[in-house]
Design a protein around this ligand. Structure first.
Ligand code: ADP
Ligand code: ADP
Length: 224
């Protein structure tokens, strides 16, 4: 029962840079997988392809056994390294953004927002503004925004890399609790060996091939 399946996926940008591939990857439903590798090895590119934010140059990307066309019915949550919050909007309205983007009038939106804020420990901060929050709290808002639509799959791109060690460790533990409670599939990009081993059930190591750094990669243990 696979959540994500990549077959022979490559990506060459218009600049001529080959960022990825060919990559074969299978992630089981409910699995927590870490993608570990040095900067430039194509981790972010792989996540963007899975999210459908970018199209592969060759190969196929399947999410919940569907190609790109059907992906809309299985929302994916995406968390970036930068929390990218709207400074003029309250925490509540920042978390509401995915509903606005989807133009989906949902009468359960407010309840979903409250639930997501509760899940990340920010129930009391719904009316606060981003400038009032610490870095860790902003990241929690970003996580709540990714969870609010109750996606099957959570893609996280070095989400905690800019945080101090203690805040980062707290967020690691809270993310693990969330994962155990919510049974989501998580694909977590990091270049921290500790974080990859601490968080995930399986670490997929993406290695830049010697002498071809930034162009070709060898993937180990990509099958569940
Ligand atoms: P990582 O996340 O492992 O650091 P990336 O996927 O961001 O790796 O980048 C892989 C390679 O692709 C790098 O050489 C990077 O410069 C290049 N790259 C990434 N995004 C783009 C883009 N939008 N256009 C051109 N080149 C890109
Ligand atoms: P986090 O680990 O989430 O980054 P911090 O270590 O920065 O949190 O802060 C610890 C706690 O202090 C937070 O969980 C929050 O309850 C409170 N706190 C932090 N910043 C503020 C703030 N600007 N206003 C009110 N309370 C705050």
């Amino acid at each position: 029962d696979l959540a994500v399946r990549l077959r022979g996926v490559t990506k060459t940008y218009e600049t001529g840079v080959t960022a990825l591939g060919p990559l074969d990857l299978a992630v089981k439903r409910g699995e927590f997988v870490a993608l570990l590798g040095p900067s430039g090895c194509g981790k972010s590119t792989a996540l963007r392809l899975i999210a459908g934010l970018s199209a592969p140059s060759s190969g196929t990307v399947e999410v919940n056994s569907h190609g790109a066309a059907r992906r809309g019915s299985h929302p994916i949550g995406f968390v970036f390294q930068e929390p990218t919050l709207m400074p003029w909007a309250s925490v509540r309205d920042n978390v509401r953004l995915p509903f606005k983007l989807a133009h989906a009038a949902r009468n359960d939106a407010d309840a979903r927002i409250d639930e997501a804020l509760d899940q990340v420990g920010l129930a009391e901060f719904a009316s606060a503004y981003p400038r009032e929050l610490s870095g860790g709290m902003k990241m929690r808002v970003s996580l709540a925004r990714a969870l609010v639509t109750d996606p099957d799959i959570l893609l996280m791109d070095e989400p905690f890399a800019a945080l101090d060690e203690i805040t980062r460790f707290r967020l690691n533990n809270d993310l693990l609790s969330l994962w155990r409670n919510l049974h989501k599939t998580v694909i977590f990009v990091t270049h921290s060996v500790f974080e990859s081993v601490y968080l995930s059930q399986r670490v997929i190591v993406m290695t830049a091939r010697p002498g071809r750094i930034g162009t070709e990669f060898r993937i180990t243990a990509a099958e569940p």
